[in-house]
Design a protein around this ligand. Sequence first.
Ligand SMILES: Nc1ncnc2c1ncn2[C@@H]1O[C@H](COP(=O)(O)OP(=O)(O)OP(=O)(O)O)[C@@H](O)[C@H]1O
Length: 339
Amino acid sequence: MTSKQTLSDWRASALQLEQQINRVVVGQQVAVRNLLIAVFARGHVLLEGQVGVGKTTLLRAVAQGLGGQYQRIEGTIDLMPADLIYYTYLNNEGRPCVDPGPLLKQGEQLSVFFFNEINRARPQVHSLLLRVMAERSIGAFNREYRMPHIQVFADRNRVEKEETFELPAAARDRFFMEITIDTPGDDAVLDDLMFNPRYHDVDALIGEMAASQIPYYQLNDWAAGIQHSIQPTPALRKYALDLWKATADPLAFGIKLSDVEMDHLLQAGASPRGISYLIRAAKVRAWLENRDSLLPEDLQAVYAVTMSHRIFLNPIYSYRKDELIPTLIDSILNQIAAP
Ligand SMILES: Nc1ncnc2c1ncn2[C@@H]1O[C@H](COP(=O)(O)OP(=O)(O)OP(=O)(O)O)[C@@H](O)[C@H]1O
């Protein structure tokens, strides 16, 4: 078991990193907190948001704080799996050469891999990425390349859905969280973003942050230490179980949504992997809140970001997905009594 002092030292560094990121990327405190939870739970994240809302800046800030290397790739319809692994070119003497692609270029130092507009890439590319996410290694050039510290952030463009390859349910379940990044709502923040030239030069903005406040190569150990140190009470275990069961059978918990035939609403609820991700995220939140026991508020705080993309509606209701899923999540949290 990791000592209380170690956990407390780690927390101080984590909160300092959070503060620094919030100074660089403004008005995104909720997203930053969730992102940080994913970092310390070693989970991959699907970002959903509009364009130009600071996603790249945010991920570069995370990479800067962790001190590892950052790579970014754009999802396009003609991107092939091999493009992630290597690229070929003719050198000055006209000889063909092969260089490592974005997944291999940084070797074991790769800590943040940003896949922009994942829904524009083909399913073959998705499968490669999902394999890397699960195994943190890849076979190429007759050998195995390890990326033990990689954390994948994939972004789905919410505005343009035409000519895109939506991620299937099985693929979305591999993501630890789905985080929405919207334009900030506070007028003072918007004013700052409009008129302050500080936000025009992303390199200078990121340069304001101290590098490697948290050693990326220790994160796997930190994450394991946190998970083993935070304990649930028996009452909380029962509460978590109910929160899980309600994702598959809300009616059994007396949950009814208006204009919905509850018997026909759902195709599937959260998987065992999904629910274990909820608990992992909740434990990291408890640690960030300076506790060694898990409370209902920890589960509630991360329920929507870990569960929303794991509840699958029947096709007759899927066109109302954006309205029904958040309502269902809220109803579950309101209806199931916390211990
Ligand atoms: N909340 C924010 N805080 C700080 N800078 C921001 C914020 N939102 C946008 N910006 C600024 O807007 C510009 C675009 O940001 P960025 O490239 O990170 O957006 P993006 O969401 O990744 O865009 P795209 O979807 O087109 O890739 C940058 O100069 C960035 O500094």
